[in-house]
Design a protein. Structure first.
Length: 449
């Protein structure tokens, strides 16, 4: 459940709550922040926020201080940003005793959002949608793989020869999910107490792979819930003496996806996408889908932000290879599902490593562009989209980086600063990978070359 400040005051006075976690999302979609003593939060942070070094929006996944970002560098002294709590996100954090948490926005000291912050990028696109008389409803579906080793044991083993929680395919298997129900149940119940609307848990294809599904909400709330759940699931797994990963592609079997369902509604809650213009869609709905399809390639960096992300896109793995749309067709990148008010588009390109704020911002912007420009939708695709050799999902981070960096539409829609910032993020990952020597190279080359 969500909390009010009044209830928090009562809980602090009674001794029930002593810690407030304040977290803001970095470029990689991770919550970064502080644990604040609850009394200090009420007396100071509530009104003034807290602060964090601006390298939190200019570091790589290892938290290295990366040069080349305009926002943060040795030359500018690595100044602070404000972290302004969003009180609408205040909630219990039941997997930690005596703790509540909330999401913060990275802002300057005049409380203006930092333009390259993922949450600000999404809020900017949602403001555009609001001016057009619409709201975005969204759901994300995160898959993960559970291992019997702890995170520390997995690290020490170099993430090799790990023992999956299930040693065979448990897709939809009640027996398979029952084997790890103690963990899945605690995640579900803790997320329910934290205010997420839990739907179900199910097994998936890869060994030890599972998914917990949550009900859709408005786009910003869904993305907030997404990052809270992702962090919480890892912390709860650690309590159970095991580990889990949201890597897009852990091994050569099926990867872990994050299918994103998105639809627009009018300000009164009425359907925007549904109608009688064909395939259950309105004219606006068809243009919305056309906008998504048109911009999928140049937005791939937002859907698949890492080197590893692109290894999901293999034929016959339920990860898409063709940017086509189809009615309930899981071989297409864009899958049209539902009807009436529930009609929505499922974007099957993102993996479990996605930053939801960036991905949803891209989808909102593309859909809005389609509607504003009355784009025409190409005919529905039926059959096996894996057999197609055209309109392909980008196959590498380098390809996605170039499409993003060279797009005039990206510049106009997100701003040159955002475009440059996330281009540099991709460049940083590409540079790090180019210097790495992998096990694959050693096995192929050590003796035989």
């Amino acid at each position: 459940m969500k909390l009010t400040v009044e209830q928090l005051r009562k809980d602090v006075e009674s001794g029930k709550i002593d810690t407030v976690v304040v977290g803001a999302t970095d470029m990689q979609g991770r919550l970064q922040g502080k644990r604040i003593h609850a009394k200090f939060f009420l007396n100071d942070t509530l009104a003034n926020g807290t602060e964090g070094c601006n390298y939190l929006l200019a570091s790589d996944i290892e938290m290295n201080t990366i040069q080349g970002y305009d926002i943060s560098s040795w030359d500018t002294g690595y100044a602070d940003m404000a972290m302004l709590p969003d009180l609408n996100t205040l909630r219990p954090m039941p997997w930690h005793e005596g703790t509540v948490m909330l999401i913060a926005d990275f802002t300057d000291h005049h409380k203006h959002g930092i333009s390259v912050s993922p949450r600000t990028i999404l809020k900017t696109q949602l403001e555009r949608l609001d001016k057009a008389g619409m709201v975005a409803m969204c759901g994300t579906e995160l898959e993960f793989i559970v291992f019997k080793e702890t995170f520390e044991e997995a690290w020490d083993k170099g993430y090799k020869n790990l023992t999956p929680a299930n040693q065979y395919n448990v897709d939809y298997s009640l027996l398979g999910t029952g084997r790890v129900e103690k963990l899945l149940r605690e995640i579900r119940n803790n997320m329910d107490e934290a205010g997420l609307i839990v739907e179900s848990a199910k097994g998936e294809c890869n060994f030890g792979q599972h998914e917990i599904a949550f009900r859709y909400e408005d786009a910003l709330s869904t993305c907030d819930n997404h990052v809270i759940y992702k962090m919480g699931a890892k912390e709860i797994a650690a309590k159970h003496g095991c580990s889990l990963t949201f890597m897009a592609k852990f091994n050569e079997k099926e990867g872990s996806s994050c299918h994103i369902h998105l639809s627009f509604r009018d300000k009164k809650g009425g359907a925007v996408l549904a109608g009688d213009a064909g395939d259950g869609m309105s004219k606006q709905g068809r243009s919305y889908l056309a906008g998504l399809q048109k911009h999928m390639s140049e937005l791939s960096l937002l859907f698949a932000p890492n080197i590893n992300s692109y290894k999901r896109y293999q034929a016959g793995t339920f990860a898409p290879t063709a940017i086509k749309w189809g009615r309930d067709n899981r071989t297409c990148a864009l899958r049209l599902v539902g009807e009436g008010l529930s009609l929505r588009v499922e974007n099957r390109v993102p993996g479990g490593d996605v930053n939801p704020y960036l991905a949803v911002a891209g989808m909102v912007a593309a859909g809005l562009d389609g509607i504003e420009n009355n784009l025409e939708l190409e005919p529905i695709f039926t059959g096996n989209a894996y057999a197609l050799e055209t309109n392909r999902v980008p196959t590498s981070l380098k390809e996605a980086r170039d499409l993003w960096a060279n797009s005039k539409w990206v510049t106009e829609t997100f701003g040159a600063d955002v475009q440059k910032h996330y281009t540099h993020m991709a460049d940083t990952e590409l540079d790090a990978y180019s210097r790495a020597v992998t096990d694959w190279e050693r096995f192929r080359s050590f003796e035989r070359m």
